[in-house]
Design a protein around this ligand. Sequence first.
Ligand code: BES
Ligand code: ZN
Ligand code: ZN
Length: 479
Amino acid sequence: MRPNILLCILYLYLTIRMVRIITSSQLPKDKKICLVTLTANNETVVQLLKTGQKNLCIGIGPDRKKITRRKLISLARKMVRLAKSHRLERLTVETHNLIFPHLKMLPMDLAEVLATNWELANFDFNQYKTPPKEGFPNVEEITLTGDGLSEWKKGLEKGSMTGDYINRCRVLCNIPGGEMTPDRMAKDTIKVVAKSKVKVHIMGQKEIEKNKMGALLGVARGSVEEPRFIVMEYRGGGKEKPIVLVGKGITFDSGGLNIKPGDHMHSMHMDMTGGAVVIHTVALAAKLGLKCNVVGLVAAAENMPSGNSYRPGDILTSMSGTTIEVMNTDAEGRLVLADALTYAKKYQPRLVVDVATLTGAALVAVGMRASVIMTKDEKLQNLFMELGEKSGDYVWPLPLWEEFEDEIKGTFSDIINTGKTRWAGTVHGGMFLYQFAKEYPWIHMDIAPRMTSTEGDYLGKGATGEPMRLLIKLLEEYK
Ligand code: BES
Ligand code: ZN
Ligand code: ZN
């Protein structure tokens, strides 16, 4: 076999290892299987049972009514993370442990939430590590026992699929910037949607120039890597106007000539998270056969300092004709998105959602437990907060008041790519994008806060793949 074929197989093996979820009417007798029980205290222990099987007891406190939807999501993940830490590979759970009647969840919904979060918690980005002799800890199988499981089956399948696609997204985000270039992102997009109903078109340097995407070209100029503009189209919804998802695909953000301080740079290979989320959401929508029309646009470039870089003070002409003075080369995300938002107009979209790791200030504003949303449309804002709670990709709004518009006006250009004041950096980012999104319903998601996992997420270190779950719910439910 040719070495690159071998590598390809190895890559697939390492990245696409899903939990086998089995439904059964009886508890399996196999001694290697570990029972999981939720107990009415606050302790977590592994017991050895008379049958020779182990029992992982997870304390959830005496009052089961205190479990919320949020806590259920954490619990599902905690179960798998604990199993991994004890190297328990095969688990079995009696479903009565997992049913909380006061949450009023339909079996399909409950099954989907559990399966998605089991998959997410089972993922660790290990592909660059030498495996230990006994292999990396991994939950291979979960057997569910109880009544009425036929109603769970669809939810389990959908949840597994969702978790799997989110994990693929996390792989793309975690791969170092030296490898995950704009071109590699484009090529991986083609691979992700192979044999599906998604059409992909990749624009290279020349076509981007032809489209006069001056803001994207400006950002890309400092890098030896050429930009790519990725267009994905999935039509599962007949003649309706599409929802357009727009992603920031900065494959490495050094800051450019306004170079970032050293300790703020190392995670910037994940600055293409918005793009990876868009790519995998469109791919998953097709895989699930959702009855909707969706377009994915990803503006991919690398932000590097060099003799050919765009400079602070340069004035770029965006695809829309709006001129932008570059006050800071590190505010590059909004520049590449400006052209993508303009390109989105050609679809006469019924909604545009942009997804971007746009500002460090979003972390200052909300911490690491929610993405920021910004829109002029209050209904859309409320819908996104609801979808956030349902999906587990939590979001919180910041204002887009008219008054802020003055703070991004230019002196020698139409607008500037930062704010005139130090305050409300995230709002400036949103207000800048709004200048290019006035002709359709639009919402901006600043996902910088959720780019990487944090304590209490019960996820492996690195990318989270958020807000894919929220976007899939949006595609299912948006009327
Ligand atoms: N990619 C960064 C934002 C970021 C920071 C994402 C931390 C994830 C974690 C973005 O391009 C950036 O550098 N923004 C600047 C904007 C400023 C120069 C107006 C920032 O946040 O400092
Ligand atoms: Zn930046
Ligand atoms: Zn950036």
